[in-house]
Design a protein around this ligand. Structure first.
Ligand code: E4P
Length: 215
């Protein structure tokens, strides 16, 4: 499973990228709004930081509007993946964009049937939202499991991005369930990097070394 970062904060992206573990970035309108910056400028900056896919989301409700938004974004770089909501108009947009050779990420996936439809429309990625399903008492990780199984049985190439990841357990469970990618908020990325026993171990090795080499 690869790691994407789920943020529009370029400093967070730079830091995660410096660790050598980053394969891409996902943004959404809420994250861009939080950054307080111009959308196109942020996207341009992000593609200069990372090598992989950068998801940029369209806001229109109809296919023509989605395509109008998508084309200038896709022209920024071939790293750009157009993020499209899971609606009938979204599927039409995915189909048209895939014919144009533009990568797509179908977002707000909450059922395996939605994931299958998105894949059949030509989606490069589908994004099942794990945390938001957990929030309403469903099992978000189980959805990843189901989608991975369906894609496997039917030889579907569309990649699964486990999205709406809220804590470290989600990450390991998404990997076990067969997600190709998990997109993580920076806070979760920091949490999975460290472990108190690692820190204690480093401290103990240093103390033992110093004791043995005293005098
Ligand atoms: C994914 O692409 C979305 O941007 C994101 O994971 C949503 O996460 P949230 O449910 O924590 O807002």
């Amino acid at each position: 499973m690869q790691f994407f970062i789920d943020t529009a904060d370029v400093e967070e992206i730079r830091t995660a990228n410096s660790w050598g573990i980053l394969s891409g970035v996902t943004t959404n309108p809420s994250l861009v709004a939080k950054s307080g910056r111009d959308f196109t400028e942020v996207v341009k900056e992000i593609v200069n930081i990372v090598d992989g896919s950068v998801s940029a989301e369209v806001l229109s409700d109809d296919v023509e509007g989605m395509l109008e938004e998508a084309e200038p974004l896709a022209a920024i770089s071939d790293q750009i993946t157009i993020k499209v909501p899971m609606t009938a108009e979204g599927l039409k947009a995915v189909h048209r964009l895939s014919k144009m050779g533009i990568k797509t990420n179908v977002t707000l996936i909450f059922s395996s049937n939605q994931a299958l439809m998105a894949a059949r429309a030509g989606a490069t990625y589908v994004s099942p939202f794990v945390g938001r399903l957990d929030d309403i008492g469903h099992d978000g990780v189980k959805l990843i499991d189901e989608v991975a199984h369906i894609f496997d049985v039917h030889n579907i190439d569309t990649k699964i991005i486990a999205a709406s990841i809220r804590h470290p357990i989600h990450v390991a469970q998404a990997a076990e369930s067969g997600a190709h990618i998990a997109t993580l908020p920076f806070a979760v990325m920091k949490k999975i990097l460290s472990h108190p026993l690692t820190d204690q171990g480093i401290q103990r090795f240093k103390e033992d070394w110093e004791k043995a080499n005293k005098g």
